[in-house]
Design a protein around this ligand. Structure first.
Ligand SMILES: Nc1nc2c(ncn2[C@@H]2O[C@H](COP(=O)(O)OP(=O)(O)OP(=O)(O)O)[C@@H](O)[C@H]2O)c(=O)[nH]1
Ligand SMILES: [Mg+2]
Length: 496
């Protein structure tokens, strides 16, 4: 049965008496106004006390380190999702262009593969027998000995190549607008140096470098954000931007069915299998979501944003204030620094080492059979080991808390299930069982040993096995990490 408003006991209790006189009403309203004033004064006092406390407390500074594609920015996105909800929502639509670019890139690389296979009888990569596999899991065999059956292409493939060709132009257009952050192929750093030290790099960053801190995906996103009310953004520029966004969306929507047909085509799958290419393991993989993303009204979900790939340039600073929450972390300013992880960008990390409370170091452990994009000679796991060793051994970081995230555990699990053997790529793994728990434990022990052997003084080993694209699990990890960092930071500042 519906209840009337008057039935509510609280409303009834504070309602003025029905027979209230004009004088009584005036008295009551004066009392209410006074109560409101006192309440506002208390709120103001609390705000001031909180601000004074904030000013007294130094910010907690955290540096995110690790090789390129290790998941640093994705970890930062997890922080942003929890503590800057407003900004997160504001940036949501800007991520649409990044997801579209990620998807188009994957489709174009499928097209490249198809073009190549249809136009040149290329040598085909075949897997070697398990026992004779060298460091890389594949070896070039020439055509005559190659596949037992030649791949047959049909008119469908010719039509798909023609119909999907406009995507190349859209890719170029999006990349041009996103700038350098959209590029993935970059110059290699010095050989055998996981963390090169440039001359004079121990100084605080120069002014122009501070300016670069707005580069990277944050500023790339800016170029796709509608800026209502921005005086500098002329009506024509805004219109132009909207038209461009609509054009890209239109082309993608028009190609939706063909993109899906290409990705699901059995011949395409066979080509990928023969080349031993697993698109699913690539960063920014959205091929299984074509139907959803190719819609004209597509809006990126939280999941899409954490899966989207846009590399970081320079060092990007991100600040947030933990307003509420558990008692220890609440009321603190956090400054997080996200860096570019390619070898050539690592020299820029040094200036941040002397003034940081903690480092979160990300090592993607699914990458044991992969090579660095910027230097194909270097195994990615080896690179992470070297980087970890260098950081642990730096006297400047002897007292800094370093938290290790052994990341991409989901991809590790998928890779092992797909039949990739660790021992083929990491000889020291030996005859251990190839199951995910054994592999994780093995890598974890190796990192722990390195820390133990190379730290100038004993340091506690903090490790988390993570898949930072899993935002729910990551939220729990980050809570533990935050508390640990804060305790150490307060202890250092003698505030605990
Ligand atoms: N499946 C899976 N993907 C991940 C995980 N962590 C990161 N990624 C993806 O890997 C790609 C690279 O992650 P980023 O966070 O951009 O890597 P980064 O360390 O910031 O790379 P740089 O900016 O180049 O230094 C993105 O597409 C992420 O969605 C993970 O744990 N599992
Ligand atoms: Mg990044």
């Amino acid at each position: 049965m519906a209840r009337s408003f008057e039935d509510d006991p609280l409303t009834a209790a504070i309602a003025p008496p029905p027979d209230e006189t004009t004088e009584q009403k005036e008295v009551r309203e004066r009392a209410e106004a006074e109560a409101r004033r006192v309440s506002d004064e208390i709120d103001e006092q609390l705000r001031n006390e909180r601000n004074a406390l904030r000013r007294r407390r130094p910010p907690v500074k955290v540096l995110l380190l690790g090789q390129s594609e290790s998941g640093k920015s994705t970890t930062l996105k997890n922080f942003q999702m929890h503590y800057s909800t407003e900004l997160w929502q504001e940036e949501r639509s800007s991520w649409r262009a990044i997801v579209q670019l990620n998807l188009i890139r994957s489709v174009v690389s499928l097209l490249d593969l198809l073009d190549q296979a249809m136009t040149t009888p290329e040598p085909i990569r075949l897997p070697l027998p398990e026992t004779s596999r060298p460091q890389t899991s594949e070896r070039l065999l020439s055509s005559p000995r190659a596949p037992p059956s030649a791949i047959e292409f049909s008119d469908i493939h010719r039509i798909l190549r023609l119909r999907l060709a406009p995507l190349r132009g859209v890719q170029q257009d999006l990349e041009r607008r996103l700038g350098a952050a959209a590029e993935e192929v970059i110059t290699a750093g010095p050989r055998n140096e996981a963390l090169p030290l440039p001359p004079g790099a121990r100084e605080r960053p120069a002014q122009e470098f501070a300016v670069r801190s707005r580069d990277g995906w944050r500023s790339a996103l800016e170029r796709f954000r509608p800026r209502n009310g921005d005086a500098q953004d002329t009506a024509r520029a805004a219109e132009n931007r909207l038209r461009k966004v609509a054009e890209v969306t239109e082309v993608i929507a028009g190609c939706g069915d063909d993109m899906k047909a290409l990705w699901e085509d059995p011949v395409m799958k066979e080509l990928l299998a023969r080349k031993k290419i697993r698109m699913e393991d690539e960063p920014g993989f959205f091929l299984n979501d074509i139907e959803r993303i190719a819609r004209r009204d597509y809006e990126p979900s939280d999941d899409d944003i954490v899966h989207a790939r846009l590399r970081t340039l320079g060092v990007q600073e991100y600040r947030f204030y933990v307003e509420q929450g558990r008692s220890l972390t609440a009321g603190h300013d956090w400054h997080m620094f996200d860096v570019g992880g390619t070898r050539s960008s690592r020299a820029h990390w040094y200036p941040y080492f002397d003034d940081v409370d903690a480092i979160i170091f990300l090592a993607p452990i699914s990458c044991f059979d992969e090579r660095l994009r910027e230097d194909r000679r270097v195994n990615r796991l080896e690179d992470s080991y070297m980087l970890w060793q260098t950081l642990c051994s730096l006297p400047l970081l002897a007292k800094t808390q370093i938290i290790l995230f052994l990341n991409k555990c989901d991809l590790l699990e998928r890779k092992l299930r797909a039949g990739v053997h660790v021992r083929d790529h990491v000889p020291s793994f030996g005859d251990r069982s190839n199951d995910v728990e054994t592999v994780k434990k093995y890598f974890q022990t190796h990192f722990k040993e390195i820390a133990k052997q190379h730290s100038p003084e004993p340091r506690r080993f903090y490790v988390h096995l993570t898949s930072v694209v899993d935002t729910r699990a990551t939220a729990a990890t980050l809570r533990t990490v935050e508390e640990g960092i804060l305790r150490a930071s307060l202890r250092r500042a003698d505030l605990l």
